[in-house]
Design a protein around this ligand. Structure first.
Ligand code: PRP
Ligand code: URA
Length: 209
């Protein structure tokens, strides 16, 4: 069963409140999403493997740890996932970035894939899929399908706000994928929007409504 981690760090919770606020404008919304993505990246990388090396300090030799060269890739689900990429890259600048384009059909709420481009060495990388919203879970499940179809073996899913329905969908279809969220909200409304949520993440990030 995939695990669900809710990042309850005070800085993440504080910033998420202003992300939710309908009076927060596009510029500030984008900056806050970027900052929260960096803070979440700090938490999600907690289990990165380390190895010990020897380093010369100005006074002696020390055994000390460095990351053991794990290959990472970040994959935003277009379009709103793009808003979280730079925040993650702030902490993991050497990560490769793939893209998966999906939109939800407004009638059926089913995801439709329109783009996919991943790093060539898919099988050797650990993937972090990023998207601000996990609502019905259709987009996340489809993005994970898309990565697995191309050979990805280790996948984490990171989002700002999840609905219980989305969490269940990932757990049902992909029980090897752990889920990292800043908040687990109450429910979905009839249009598939998360309640209380933050509205339409893409529109708020890019000012399209
Ligand atoms: C939003 C969001 C997720 C998806 C979540 O994207 O960014 O990708 O909805 O909903 P789901 O869990 O029910 O699939 P949207 O389809 O609105 O596309 P956009 O990013 O292009 O605006
Ligand atoms: N997509 C969004 O952007 N917001 C929601 O609340 C649900 C799906």
């Amino acid at each position: 069963m995939s695990k669900v981690y809710v990042f309850d760090h005070p800085l993440i919770q504080h910033k998420l409140t202003y992300i939710r606020d309908k009076n927060t404008g596009t510029k500030e919304f984008r900056e806050l999403v970027d900052e929260v993505a960096t803070l979440m990246a700090f938490e999600i990388t907690r289990d990165m493997p380390l190895e010990e090396i020897e380093v010369e300090t100005p006074v002696t030799t020390a055994k000390s740890k460095v990351l053991s060269g794990k290959k990472l890739a970040i994959v935003p689900i277009l379009r709103a996932g793009i808003g979280m990429v730079d925040g993650v890259l702030n902490l993991i600048p050497a990560a490769k970035v793939g893209h998966i384009g999906l939109y939800r059909d407004p009638e059926t709420l089913k995801p439709v894939e329109y783009y996919a481009k991943l790093p060539a060495d898919v099988e050797e990388r650990d993937f972090i899929i990023v998207d601000p919203m996990l609502a019905t879970g259709g987009s996340a499940v489809e993005a994970i399908n898309s990565l697995k179809k191309r050979g990805a073996k280790h996948i984490k899913f990171m989002c700002l706000i999840a609905a219980p329905e989305g969490v269940e969908a990932i757990q049902k279809e992909h029980d090897d994928v752990d889920i990292y969220i800043a908040a687990l909200d109450e429910k979905l409304n009839d249009h598939g929007y998360i309640i209380p949520g933050l509205g339409d993440a893409g529109d708020r990030l890019f000012g399209t409504k």
